[in-house]
Design a protein around this ligand. Structure first.
Ligand code: TYD
Length: 139
């Protein structure tokens, strides 16, 4: 499988909107409306112990929207040359991660929830979990 030549600059934090109400807010993400891929899988990280890191891999094809549904955390993305650290702390903002980038997540606040909307079903074949392999494929 060929790894995409995407750069960290192809990722962006996008507003996903909010239906505001005195009794609370709703944020809606709907295929063909406010997300640039069709969502095939949803998962969420929670109960991440303080000081713990997640991620530490890249994907060949997977695109994701990553949302701090509660609390805050940082996402570090790396394309083999450039690195960006992006702090997420707002449930109506999504980080769009394109394929072919190394990612790590850290700095989780207590009770944070990392909601991930993914463009593909789970497939271990889509992962690169070895950093040296990732770097070699990016060269
Ligand atoms: P992984 O994607 O490596 O987690 P993170 O990037 O948050 O550190 O997944 C951790 C484990 O969970 C791994 O053994 C595979 C499993 N898993 C699934 O079975 N299905 C899924 O959709 C995901 C995201 C993970």
């Amino acid at each position: 499988m060929k790894l995409s030549s995407n750069k960290v600059f192809n990722c962006s934090v996008v507003e996903v909107g909010k239906v505001h109400n005195q009794s609370g807010n709703i944020t809606v993400v709907e295929n063909s409306k406010n997300i640039p891929f069709d969502v095939k899988r949803i998962y969420y990280l929670y109960d991440v112990p303080s000081g713990e890191e997640r991620g530490g891999h890249a994907h060949y094809d997977l695109e994701q929207y990553i949302i701090a549904a509660s609390g805050s955390f940082d996402v570090i993305i790396y394309d083999g040359v450039n690195k960006r650290r992006i702090s997420l702390n707002n449930p109506n903002k999504a980080l769009h991660i394109v394929p072919g980038l190394w990612r790590e997540l850290d700095n989780f606040s207590s009770s944070s929830i990392c909601l991930v909307l993914a463009s593909e079903k789970y497939s271990e074949k889509d992962y690169i979990r070895d950093y040296e392999v990732f770097l070699n494929k990016k060269r």
